[in-house]
Write a protein that binds this ligand. Structure first.
Ligand SMILES: NC(=O)c1ccc[n+]([C@@H]2O[C@H](COP(=O)([O-])OP(=O)(O)OC[C@H]3O[C@@H](n4cnc5c(N)ncnc54)[C@H](OP(=O)(O)O)[C@@H]3O)[C@@H](O)[C@H]2O)c1
Length: 299
């Protein structure tokens, strides 16, 4: 078998060392790292990867698209796919800012305790800080599973824009946008949404408290997930290391508690890139991988 070559295409000037280490740990033989990649300059890089190997050997070349500017990385990924034609293509993984793997891991964690795959369950979820890259993807993945999702932001307008975008990706999605001025859920509609939701996922920026003690008291959720690892906690009372900690009937996950699953999904996704030259892995594909890993664990 030819060596497994991964082209790491990053929108930042310096390609992420985190993504590079994961690529190597997942079995990449040769890692070619490119920074400052844009939709305008990526085509030559892609052609170099897709025209050098033929037939079955193409599966041993793959592309990872990352970077801290998620919108720019999505444009790069679209340009990469446009550069392919017919069978002349290589597999692609899109995970800018770790947003897709993190969102997939959060949903996998929640699905351990909630019937996310049962459309009749009428599950409701609240995504706090839902306008960031991770929150948008958590919203999209949950909506795709049939959950009714309330997206909360400091700006109801920004939350509405996210709902519109997710509706474009998940037709028929049940979504509500709310604005919250602070972490105490003093707005009656925010408190009501928290009271109805079986799942609350906090996706706020690092070190930002989105639900304080009073806010958390409004929540009746079975599962609370906080993806912020930097103190103070995004949700009061959750430690970053919490992993399915049972707090009087409420199941708690912190960022590190979800992080192990995120790493497993990321590595498995890289391995799968080299099994075919056709794969395109975005958040939904990563969630499917996470669900398969869970199933294999339980088998
Ligand atoms: N565990 C992991 O492996 C992993 C990987 C990636 C990310 N993360 C964590 O996941 C979380 C979400 O990541 P992200 O990249 O999506 O975050 P982000 O874009 O930095 O922030 C998410 C949202 O937080 C809100 N926010 C920002 N500053 C705020 C403030 N001072 N007060 C209240 N809200 C504020 C903003 O929403 P509005 O302006 O609309 O209110 C923003 O859209 C972060 O904590 C990040 O560190 C974890």
């Amino acid at each position: 078998m030819p060596q497994r070559i991964l082209l790491q295409l990053d929108t930042d000037p310096q390609p992420s060392t985190f993504d590079a280490v994961v690529a190597v740990d997942a079995g990449t033989d040769v890692l070619l790292r490119h920074g400052g990649v844009t939709a305008a300059n990526v085509v030559g890089l892609v052609h170099g990867a897709m025209f050098t190997r033929g037939g079955g050997d193409l599966a041993s070349t793959a592309i990872f698209v990352g970077g801290s500017d998620v919108a720019a990385a999505e444009e790069v990924a679209a340009a990469v796919r446009k550069a392919f034609f017919g069978p002349v293509r290589v597999s692609v993984l899109l995970d800018p800012s770790g947003a897709n793997t993190t969102a997939a891991a959060a949903v996998v964690a929640a699905a351990r305790h909630l019937p996310l795959d049962d459309p009749r369950a009428g599950l409701e979820a609240v995504v706090l800080g839902g306008t960031g890259p991770v929150g948008q993807r958590v919203t999209r993945l949950l909506a795709g599973r049939g959950a009714a999702v309330t997206v909360v932001s400091r700006s109801a307008e920004r939350a509405r824009a996210v709902c519109d975008r997710v509706r474009g990706a998940v037709p028929g999605a049940s979504l509500e946008a709310l604005g919250a001025a602070g972490p105490s859920a003093t707005e009656p509609d925010v408190a009501a949404a928290l009271g109805r939701a079986a799942l609350v996922v906090a996706c706020g920026a690092a070190g930002v408290a989105l639900l304080d003690g009073a806010g958390r008291a409004a929540a009746r959720a079975r599962v609370l997930v906080d993806l912020n690892a930097v103190p103070p906690a995004g949700i009061a009372g959750i430690a970053a290391t919490d992993k399915a900690r049972d707090d009087g009937g409420t199941i708690l996950y912190g960022a590190l508690g979800v992080g192990g699953t995120k790493m497993k999904i990321h590595k498995e996704a890289i391995r799968r890139l080299f099994q075919s030259n056709q794969l395109v892995l975005d958040a939904e594909g990563l969630l499917a991988i996470g669900a398969e890993l869970e199933q294999a664990k339980g088998a």
